[in-house]
Design a protein around this ligand. Structure first.
Ligand SMILES: [Fe+2]
Ligand SMILES: [Fe+2]
Length: 348
């Protein structure tokens, strides 16, 4: 495959060798696979109309759906605090952030639709518990400081994971991630700034910030997924350049970023085994409780049921909005395509 150059790929695309086979069988045509492999090897983008292996398509749908679902389920724990934000400024910031997350879901469902799936189908699978969302959102937001800890740690972990996705081999996903990452970095900063304000506040506010960080630290590390040797999809995803770095590599990067930030906040990270390893040039950290991770994944986290019930209810209650939007689209389409008859014009 390495012998096929990027120029040959472009040529193959121009000659129509690379074809759209949405939903079709894996191409028996070796040239199609060679062109795909060469495009990936040359860091070119695979676009919706290009031929792609069925397994690549399925892997992207799985990952993008899980990502989209996480964006919209992730609105719930924070929305919990909109009505109780301590000031108008904080309320406006939080509302904007939660709205951003809805937008991220929208970009990602739209990007997934370019692979031949529909938003309706993906939402049905989420509601039926057949597709996942990030386990981090199955933890409760107990105090106002949790809004800060989520912004700093959860959005921070999301950015660490997602910046490399801006170079993902699938074009629509990569492009959606560029905008998402810009907004995520605003989310991370608002969380950090919120914790900074609490850290400089009264002893009770400082304790509240520390307590939130204590509860969110370990689940944030779990956001990078299982260790590399136990990760089912990682290796193939890296070959396809959907993923650029391993779970453990990204987790290490996140820990190294957070340690000096925690110091600047005047907060501690709840890990007695966290220390700078001069030899490695990285921080060593304690072992993660993967049993807890598996339990939350299985549906036994503190809020799994609440999150899905709320999501299903929101979907049902929003049915009239979808119906109205669809009726409006039909009416608008009909108006656009109806030209008045000469008689009607004459009469007028
Ligand atoms: Fe987001
Ligand atoms: Fe975010």
């Amino acid at each position: 495959m390495a012998a096929v150059t990027a120029d040959q790929t472009t040529q193959a695309k121009a000659q129509g060798t690379v074809q759209a086979t949405a939903g079709g069988p894996d191409g028996a045509d070796g040239a199609q696979l060679a062109a795909f492999d060469a495009a990936v090897a040359a860091d070119e983008r695979i676009e919706p109309r290009d031929w792609m292996p069925d397994a690549y398509r399925a892997s992207l749908v799985r990952q993008m759906a899980q990502h989209a679902h996480s964006e919209i389920i992730g609105m719930q724990p924070e929305a919990n605090w909109i009505s109780r934000a301590p000031s108008l400024r904080r309320k406006a910031i939080l509302m904007a952030k939660v709205q951003d997350e809805a937008g991220h879901g929208l970009y990602l469902y739209s990007a997934a639709e370019t692979l031949g799936t529909s938003r309706e189908e993906l939402l049905d699978k989420l509601h039926a518990g057949r597709q996942r969302y990030s386990s981090i959102f199955n933890y409760p937001t107990l105090t106002w400081a949790d809004v800060g800890a989520i912004g700093w740690l959860v959005d921070g972990a999301a950015i660490t994971n997602q910046v490399p996705l801006c170079r993902c081999s699938y074009g629509p996903y990569a492009r959606a991630m560029v905008r998402i990452c810009k907004e995520e970095s605003f989310h991370q900063r608002q969380g950090y700034e919120l914790l900074l304000a609490l850290g400089r506040g009264t002893p009770a506010q400082r304790d509240m910030a520390q307590d939130a960080v204590n509860r969110w630290w370990w689940p944030s590390l779990m956001m990078f997924g299982p260790p590399d040797d136990a990760s089912a999809h990682s290796e193939q995803s890296m070959i396809w350049k959907i993923k650029r770095h391993s779970n453990d590599e990204l987790r290490q990067r996140f820990v190294d970023i957070c340690v000096p930030q925690a110091e600047a906040l005047g907060l501690t990270l709840p890990d007695p085994d966290l220390w700078w390893n001069e030899e490695r040039g990285h921080h060593d950290f304690g072992s993660i409780d993967w049993t807890e991770f598996q339990e939350v994944l299985k549906g036994n986290g503190p809020c799994n049921e609440q999150r899905l019930t709320q999501r299903r209810r929101a979907h049902e209650e929003g049915a009239w909005v979808r119906d109205a939007a669809a009726a409006y689209a039909v009416k608008h389409h009909a108006e656009k395509h109806t030209t008045p008859t000469p008689t009607a014009e004459a009469t007028a």
